[in-house]
Design a protein. Structure first.
Length: 226
């Protein structure tokens, strides 16, 4: 499988900000050959790779301090749970069940062990919610805290749910409530802590997302609209 984007503009003097995330990804995958065992490559919520005859769904995501979380807004446990949850959500979007996670942590040398212990407790607690574990990772020194998670999931014999599978006339269903995380972020950024009590549910959803894993793995069924 080869990604063919021969029409990519010559923007080698531009910045990432100027051309945007998707253009950077397109340039990274342009005319690169994928091995035959890669069923789904870049462009969906996760990759699907065949290993010894079994389909493995894999994705990776990174949280950066100051960009995706703030330690004055979230505990170490909150951050760990969020890192696992958002990767589990990508697996669920493909119809997969989480099996295990790999975690890389970058942090300053003066980061307290109490914080890293709390972070690890959150990672394990969230993985356990899905019956999954944490099988390895890496620890490096960095100028700010970063948490990078690779998630591996199983389709359990089902066919992966792809973005390209959507067709005109399909019913679009939403599991959970939309907008609460964005509302929580806005509240944290614009209100003092004493004023947040009435909105604790929105703030909690921003700190610790709750992906609907069981709904993602359900077989798609035809729906008739009366």
């Amino acid at each position: 499988m080869t990604t063919d984007r021969s029409d990519l503009p010559n923007v080698s003097d531009a910045t990432v900000s100027e051309i945007g995330e998707f253009s950077v990804i397109a340039r990274a995958t342009d005319q690169r050959q994928q091995p035959a065992d890669v069923q789904v490559g870049p462009g969906d919520d996760a990759a699907v790779v065949t290993i010894d005859g079994a389909a493995v769904v894999a994705c990776v995501d990174t949280l950066v301090e100051g960009r995706h979380f703030r330690v004055d807004w979230s505990t170490g446990s909150d951050i760990g749970r969020k890192a696992i949850a958002q990767n589990a959500a990508d697996l669920a979007a493909m119809g997969a069940i989480p099996v295990t996670f790999l975690v890389s942590l970058g942090c300053p040398a003066d980061t307290s062990v109490a914080f890293t212990d709390d972070l690890v407790a959150g990672l394990w607690a969230e993985a356990a919610r899905f019956g999954a574990g944490i099988s390895g990772g890496d620890l490096v020194q960095s100028d700010q805290i970063t948490v990078s998670v690779t998630a591996l999931g199983s389709l359990q014999g089902r066919t992966a749910v792809l973005r390209s599978g959507a067709q005109p006339g399909d019913v679009v269903a939403v599991a959970g409530e939309l907008g609460k995380s964005a509302a929580g972020l806005h509240l944290l950024a614009n209100m003092n802590s004493d004023s947040l009590a009435p909105f604790v549910d929105c703030v909690h959803v921003h700190r610790v997302p709750d992906p609907r894993i069981p709904q993602g793995s359900r077989q798609r069924m035809p729906v008739r609209i009366p």
